[in-house]
Design a protein around this ligand. Structure first.
Ligand SMILES: [Zn+2]
Length: 289
């Protein structure tokens, strides 16, 4: 994968290396989230439940590792910004408001989704402050789950989180709330599969416009990553099944691939994920997607 330097730069803040003045919430919350396990895109409501009141302050000196990760993130997020701005224009969605992105280690404070959130939760998006949060060491864990930490696979994970941002701007977050009463946590699968699809849509346009892929094997690796973090893998031997709401691995695989194939971010396609006649676990090719 290659994204040229000199393109648009994303709004990335590197908080790795920051020392914490207070450590709160490392007890029960960390244990609970440890049980939940590592996956990305945790429901912010769950985070709030655990971390709403916990106070944590981050203080300098900030001395993030010089591993080039901030540069990679800025280039990648800038590319996502460029593609999504075009897609918003093309589909008549109005102005695209760029998301923020925070790189952190160990734990992080958000503006609206709780404080002192441990890295154990995996990458997540906070709708309240329109920001993605990522501890880059997540990718090493992902590899242990059978995923890939190749650059494009990492880009897929970040593009999935930006997919949640796009949903937030387009109102799908609110729309899915109407399914919560009847479908419970499964309602979230609608958003997760749509976010995988949106990640694929980004990859389609980014490759067409900027030739970011060196070879199609990179897509396969990213798909393998999507599969590795499907719920049926993560729930094995773990508790709190109601918190796994990302869909089965075959669903995730299908939608990332479908987004990459079509590049179609139209309302016509996106609204299908919110169809009351299709249950979350039936969302897929057989239901006309
Ligand atoms: Zn997600």
């Amino acid at each position: 994968m290659k994204i040229e330097d000199g393109g648009e730069q994303g709004n990335v803040e590197d908080r790795r290396g920051m020392k914490r003045s207070t450590v709160v919430g490392g007890g029960i919350a960390a244990v609970v989230l440890g049980l939940v396990g590592t996956y990305f895109g945790i429901n912010p409501a769950i985070l709030q439940q655990f971390f709403g009141g916990a106070g944590g302050q981050q203080q300098g000196p900030a001395d993030p590792p010089k591993d080039g990760y901030d540069k990679f993130s800025k280039n990648l997020l800038g590319n996502l910004d460029t593609v999504w701005r075009d897609q918003f224009k093309k589909n008549g969605y109005g102005e695209y408001k760029k998301p923020g992105m925070v790189l952190f280690g160990e734990s992080v404070d958000t503006k609206g989704c709780g404080n002192n959130i441990p890295a154990d939760v995996g990458p997540f998006y906070c709708p309240a402050d329109k920001t993605l949060y990522l501890d880059p060491t997540f990718f090493a864990q992902l590899e242990q789950l059978g995923g890939s930490k190749a650059e494009f696979s990492q880009a897929y994970v970040i593009a999935h989180e930006v997919g949640h941002h796009v949903q937030n701007l387009l109102g799908y977050n609110d729309e899915v709330e109407k399914f919560r009463r009847s479908e419970g946590e499964n309602a979230g699968i609608r958003l997760e599969l749509q976010a995988d699809y949106l990640a694929g849509v980004w990859a389609h346009h980014a490759d067409k416009q900027f030739r970011i892929l060196d070879d199609l094997g990179e897509i396969e690796k990213a798909l393998q990553t999507a599969s590795a973090i499907g719920d049926n893998k993560l729930t094995k031997g773990r508790v709190s099944s109601e918190k796994f709401n990302h869909g089965r691995d075959d669903q995730r695989y299908y939608f990332f691939k479908q987004g990459f194939k079509t590049g179609d971010a139209s309302k016509e396609y996106l609204k299908r994920f919110m169809s009351p006649s299709v249950k979350p676990l039936e969302i897929g090719p057989k239901a006309g997607f």
